[in-house]
Each structure stands twice: as structure tokens, then as C-alpha cells.
Write a protein that binds this ligand. Structure first.
Ligand code: PLP
Length: 359
């Protein structure tokens, strides 16, 4: 049985991607592989708005989120926290033996650039992590304002997670001065899980060279040395590379601006449906993210029952709240390949499934 996924990752993977991933295997040190890698590189740089290299890691996003800290955190990291993923990053930093401090904001609130300035001014940190789009709460922080503050501190390396915002709206890495910008395959790009995609500044690589305990698998210098040969340090998930290449071709065919506009429109369609039903967003609307909506369960719906009906009757799945927000919120993704038609079908299914609860 297959279900259409409207959870905020993984998402339903299109036939064209599945077909591309079924291509015959090639050696990862072969000319064919180098051609595949070098074909994707300029396309990826365009999507990252960067002239820096874009590396590909066979891991989920967390691999690079952890790896980045092991590469650039010498003195201490400031973890900006406003949801499940950003909170976890502080725990991960400590588990890596790093000096880490939490800059905590309420779930559903964005990262406050003024608080970031105050914390960095203590001089305790040489790197900072933040999540552009907190998927657990559907909150989008103002990345331009945050980066403007971080740029006031030239010794601080910035690590930004764009897992659920990448390609839903422009994130201009070089213009904003982001050192490490990362995303994962299974959310905004609607590929299967297992690939992390990240672009790294020369500044960050210079810092990495100063650290002797950065390990091997996520060593930025290893990534870079192999990158210059059109390769990855170890054997990557080549099938996913084919999938990514197909995705990049499709993004170019649609056009980046059209892609952003489609996400804006579909996001608003779902949002307007929810508001009309009496569900408010968890974040305030100006900080609501583009790739999903996180609604508060303002009408006290039985979310478990709702999810069951959606799955059994309509063969689709939404999310009933992440971590401590389970039962209190529900999240609906419009990332990846959604269209006006698929979102309209979803909305009709939601109406039908809420109706049996009198909502
Ligand atoms: C899903 C998610 C992650 C973690 O991704 P994995 O692929 O499970 O490692 C990290 N950050 C954000 C914002 C996410 O949405």
C-alpha cells in the first residue's frame, strides 16, 4: 500500500526521480562519476547562490550538522534554539565534547538577532548554529538580520541549516556571508533520505585546518581535496546522485523564481484553509515558513482519529505534531513536487476527515 506523504519529510518521491535512481551503477572513481559530479556542481552552486564548492555527503543532514561542529568549533559554539532540531544541536555539540551554550527562544518564536549580538559579544564563541526554518514549529527566522549580526564578529564561523527552506525561497549564501549552509535530500528537495548537501566557505576550511580532531568521515578538508577531482572522500550513494541530478534538471526547467512562487502560493492555500477552519498558526504569520504550515490544534480535534481517517480513506499522511507538540499541533508540508491539484486534493480530504468530528 502506498500513501501520499504530506509530513514534513520524507515526502512522496516522483516517478521521474525513481526512474533516474534506477540507472546502472558506476564506479565512484570512474570518469562517468566525475562527469556526473561535475555536471551537478554549477547547478548546485546556482541554487546556493555561491561560488564556493558544494559538497555531497552520504548521510542524513545530522551527519553534516555534527561534522560541521567537529571541523570549526575550537573555542565554543553558540546554539540558537527555537524548536526540536535546533535544541538538539546543543546536545550534539556537547556530545562532541565542545563547549556549547544555548540561546533559547520559545518554540514557535524566531531567533532574535539582538540576543545573538549580545551573546556573541561575550567573546566566548568562535562559531554559531541556527536553523533557518525550524521544521518542528514551522518557524522561519530572518536570516538576513541574523547574518548581518554574525558578520559583526569576524572570528565567528556561521553554520546554517536550511533543510526545510532550501529551494522554497532564495537563500543567497555568498551575499549573506554564510560559512556553512546545509540541507538534506528528503525535505524541500523531495528526494529519498540519505544525502546531505552543503556549501562551505574558504574561511571555514581555514578554521578546519587548525583543528586536529575533526575525524575522517565529515572532514571538510577531505571533502575539498576530493571535490577538486570531482569526487567524494568515500563511496557515496550513487543512486541518490542520479536522483539529485534529475531534480536539478527539473528545477532548472521550472525556473527557480517559479519554484519559489509555487511554494508561496501552495503554502498560502493550505494556510488560508486552516485559518478559515479556525486553526491558527503556531508562529506569528510574519515568521511562518514557506514549505509547511504548523497549525495549533485550536479546535481540540482528535488528531489521532484524523490521521487514521486520512490514511485509511484518503491514502495520505500529515503530521500530528513533533516531540512535545504532539497532539497540540499538526503540520502539513507543501515542499517538493506539490501542485495546485495535489494540494486541492489534500484540502478536500482534510475537509472530509475533519467533518466526521463536526469540524
Ligand atoms: C529533518 C531536519 C533535520 C534532520 O534531518 P535528518 O535528515 O533526519 O538528519 C535537521 N534540521 C531540520 C530543520 C530538519 O527539518
Amino acid at each position: 500500500m502506498s500513501y501520499r506523504l504530506y509530513i514534513p519529510g520524507p515526502l512522496t518521491v516522483s516517478e521521474s526521480i525513481i526512474k533516474a535512481m534506477g540507472k546502472p551503477m558506476i564506479g565512484h572513481r570512474s570518469k562517468d562519476f566525475v562527469a556526473l559530479y561535475e555536471d551537478m556542481q554549477p547547478r548546485l552552486q546556482k541554487m546556493f547562490y555561491t561560488t564556493d564548492p558544494v559538497y555531497l555527503s552520504t548521510s542524513s543532514a545530522w551527519g553534516v550538522m555534527e561534522g560541521a561542529l567537529r571541523n570549526v568549533c575550537k573555542k565554543g559554539v553558540l546554539n540558537c534554539m527555537n524548536g526540536a532540531f535546533s535544541d538538539k544541536w546543543n546536545d550534539v555539540a556537547k556530545r562532541c565534547g565542545k563547549y556549547a551554550e544555548a540561546l533559547q527562544f520559545d518554540w514557535g518564536k524566531p531567533v532574535d538577532p539582538v540576543a545573538v549580538r549580545k551573546a556573541l559579544a561575550t567573546g566566548k564563541f568562535d562559531c554559531i548554529t541556527f536553523i533557518h526554518s525550524e521544521t518542528s514549529t514551522g518557524t522561519l527566522s530572518n536570516i538576513a538580520e541574523i547574518m548581518a549580526v554574525i558578520r559583526e564578529f569576524p572570528d565567528v564561523i556561521s553554520i546554517a541549516d536550511s533543510v526545510s527552506s532550501f529551494s522554497t525561497l532564495p537563500i543567497k549564501k555568498d551575499e549573506l556571508g554564510i560559512d556553512i549552509l546545509l540541507t538534506g535530500s528528503q525535505k524541500a528537495l523531495a528526494l529519498p533520505p540519505g544525502l546531505a548537501i552543503f556549501s562551505v566557505s574558504e574561511r571555514a576550511r581555514t578554521r578546519a585546518k587548525e583543528l586536529s580532531d575533526r575525524g575522517y568521515y565529515f572532514d571538510l578538508i577531505e571533502f575539498h581535496d576530493n571535490h577538486t577531482k570531482g569526487m567524494t572522500p568515500s563511496t557515496p550513494c550513487i543512486s541518490l546522485f542520479y536522483g539529485l541530478q534529475q531534480r536539478l534538471v527539473e528545477v532548472e526547467a521550472e525556473g527557480l523564481e517559479n519554484r519559489y512562487e509555487r511554494h508561496r502560493r501552495l503554502n498560502e492555500m493550505v494556510r488560508n484553509w486552516g485559518l478559515a477552519k479556525g486553526f491558527n498558526l503556531l508562529p506569528s504569520p510574519e515568521f511562518a515558513t514557506r514549505g509547511l504550515n504548523c497549525f495549533k490544534n485550536d479546535r481540540n480535534a482528535d488528531l489521532e482519529r484524523l490521521l487514521k481517517t486520512l490514511k485509511s480513506r484518503h491514502k495520505l499522511v500529515i503530521d500530528g505534531g513533533y516531540g512535545k507538540l504532539k497532539g497540540k499541533t499538526f503540520r502539513i508540508s507543501n515542499m517538493g513536487d506539490e501542485t495546485d491539484a495535489t494540494i486541492s486534493t489534500l484540502i478536500a480530504a482534510l475537509d472530509d476527515s475533519f467533518a466526521e468530528q463536526g469540524i
